[in-house]
Design a protein around this ligand. Structure first.
Ligand code: NAD
Length: 291
């Protein structure tokens, strides 16, 4: 069984990005500059944004954090987005999700200028992805593609099963896996909450991607021996043995799955760190080659 180490792969990619930033600096280019808007005090969101800002420092990017209170009005948030759109010193920015219930996420994401939308969530970038045109790709599925590539996992002609149809993970994942590229050329089945006979389908997967948000949902019996298992889930579960009283775990029962899988990503240390690396890569691309 091969452990697909997203943490070390992410650090390796960050080293490559850092080297490119230094090379560009030598040619007189400014540092790439990523901004993030965060609304409210959701601890998970704060932690994710903190990791992104730290990663910027590591690779020599500039970063700006715009912090808004939970009670911010949608109009104010849209004004902040517009300010970043118009700030020429900012190459790309993200709006950390989820937003409070009184704010329309989609309206905010659509306000981001597509050539600064390094999360790849704007309909223009989503459309480009579905048409196979250049544009920013969402960081989590493109991080998974990068892992498959760097671990030299054969994808052509394989059956990939994606569980979860979200706009930021499951749906773009199916597009990336099915396109005529390497990695790619998979036959893809997209499963979701209304899928019948899920286990029958997952047992035919050469590559199984779980993006559900339910701890240990994928068990050993759902896995074809030798399959590649990619666990996107990040779930906090109680763990009295930890000082904090809880720990993070994936959508896959790692221990059981490891007994049958050919290769598997851990949680933490799998897909999560790759998401950050791909966000940095998108930001560098925004600096070098605007969409
Ligand atoms: P989401 O809640 O938007 O979507 C969950 C999907 O799971 C839905 O499409 C739903 O149809 C499907 N689903 C729910 N119950 C199901 C069932 N019983 N059978 C089959 N399908 C079912 O979630 P999301 O935003 O795609 O995130 C999924 C998970 O991935 C979460 O744990 C999230 O925290 C994590 N995540 C991780 C990263 C990362 O960087 N590693 C990035 C984004 C999301």
């Amino acid at each position: 069984m091969i452990l697909i180490d997203g943490k070390s792969t992410s650090l390796q990619i960050q080293e490559e990005i850092k080297a490119r930033v230094e090379l560009r600096a030598g040619d007189g280019h400014k540092k790439p500059h990523l901004a993030a808007i965060i609304v409210g005090d959701n601890p998970a969101s704060r932690a994710y944004v903190g990791h992104k800002i730290k990663a910027c420092e590591r690779v020599g990017f500039e970063s700006t954090l715009v912090e808004l209170s939970e009670s911010v009005q949608e109009e104010q948030l849209l004004m902040e987005v517009e300010a970043l759109n118009n700030d020429e010193s900012i190459d790309g920015f993200i709006v950390q999700l989820p937003l409070p219930d009184h704010i329309d996420d989609q309206k905010v994401l659509e306000a981001v200028r597509p050539d600064k939308d390094v999360d790849g969530f704007h309909p223009v970038n989503a459309g480009n992805l579905s048409l196979g045109l250049p544009g920013f790709q969402p960081a989590t599925p493109s991080g998974i593609i990068e892992l498959l590539k760097r671990y030299e996992i054969e994808t052509s002609g394989k059956h990939a099963v994606v569980i979860g149809r979200s706009a930021i993970v499951g749906t773009p994942m199916t597009l990336l896996l099915s396109r005529n590229a390497n990695p790619g050329n998979c036959t893809v089945t997209l499963c979701h909450s209304r899928t019948q006979n899920l286990e029958e389908i997952t047992r035919t997967a050469d590559i199984l991607i779980a993006a559900i948000g339910r701890p240990h949902f994928v068990t050993k019996s759902m896995i074809k021996p030798g399959a590649v298992i990619i666990d996107v889930g990040i779930n906090r579960i109680p763990d009295p043995s930890r000082k904090s009283g809880s720990r993070l775990t994936g959508d896959v029962d790692f221990e059981g799955a490891s007994e049958v899988a050919g290769s598997i990503t851990p949680v933490p240390g799998g897909v999560g760190p790759m998401t950050i690396a791909m966000l940095l890569r998108n930001t560098l691309e925004a600096t070098e080659r605007p969409v």
